[in-house]
Design a protein around this ligand. Structure first.
Ligand SMILES: O=C(O)c1cc(=O)[nH]c(=O)n1[C@@H]1O[C@H](COP(=O)(O)O)[C@@H](O)[C@H]1O
Length: 239
């Protein structure tokens, strides 16, 4: 079955990494109907993002609350349950087994998709080693993806360069969402494990997260349209 234009739109999640609601709303206004899914992360949450999440949901948009939770089980379970009540579509936790199991309990019976953050896209092998891990990036991502599936959460966040390996190691319904996406020639910034929107799709990602290539573009609506066109073509090629 091929994707409708609305399905393609839902595959692009725009990261609203802004310090306040006014700046985020200005971008949402500029992007209009072209974008249906927004991510509210740490910076905007501190800047009033939870109220904006409610407004976006009210306006018919989907919201990914990127809080990367990691705490004792009781705290995570209750915080995830509270997020589910807000009507957000996606919530992140760190991909530790105890945390993911608690998150699964908190989301039980709701429509909230909990995703485990495997290895940040700003990490390479040296960063992982410096954090005290002995396995390779690939081994760590694979283990965490399998533990996410075992814990019963919806899927993971991983780099687009990991997506094919995660897809092969997990069930077809397991959700793979990839940040670290850069259209060809775009500024890489602090990301280390990146790929283009088309490559992320071809590797098996369900959705991509894009921030600065849209939010810092001179013409954000045109940048989003170009990425959507690339996704449309990539989905057509993999169908
Ligand atoms: O959980 C995330 O969304 C996330 C995980 C990860 O490994 N890497 C990563 O970049 N992100 C988020 O994805 C977005 C990427 O933004 P850009 O690098 O500006 O496209 C940011 O909001 C990050 O917080």
């Amino acid at each position: 079955m091929t994707d409708t234009p609305a399905d393609i739109r839902d595959r692009l999640i725009v990261a609203l990494d802004f310090p306040n609601v006014a700046a985020a709303e200005a971008l949402v206004w500029q992007l209009g109907d072209a974008v249906s899914f927004y991510k509210i992360g740490l910076e905007l949450t501190v800047g009033g993002g939870l109220d904006l999440a409610a407004d976006l949901i009210e306006a018919g948009k989907k919201v990914f609350l990127d809080l990367k939770m990691h705490d004792i089980g009781n705290t995570v379970e209750r915080a995830v349950a509270a997020a589910a009540e807000r009507g957000v579509s996606i919530l992140t936790v760190h991909a530790y087994p105890q945390t993911m199991a608690a998150a699964a309990r908190g989301a039980a019976g709701s429509k909230l998709e909990v995703l485990g953050v495997t290895v940040l896209t700003s990490y390479d092998a040296a960063d992982l080693a410096a954090a005290g891990y002995s396995g390779t990036v690939e081994e760590t991502v694979r283990r965490r993806a399998m533990q996410a599936q075992e814990a019963g959460i919806a899927g993971v966040i991983c780099a687009p360069t990991d997506a094919a390996m995660v897809r092969a190691a997990t069930s077809p319904t397991f959700q793979i969402v990839t940040p670290g996406v850069r259209p060809a020639g775009a500024d890489v910034g602090d990301q280390k494990r990146i790929a283009t929107p088309a490559a992320a799709m071809a590797a098996g990602a369900n959705r991509i997260v894009v921030g600065r290539p849209i939010t810092a573009a001179a013409a954000p609506a045109e940048a989003a349209a170009a990425i959507l066109a690339e996704l449309t073509q990539a989905v057509g090629e993999t169908a």
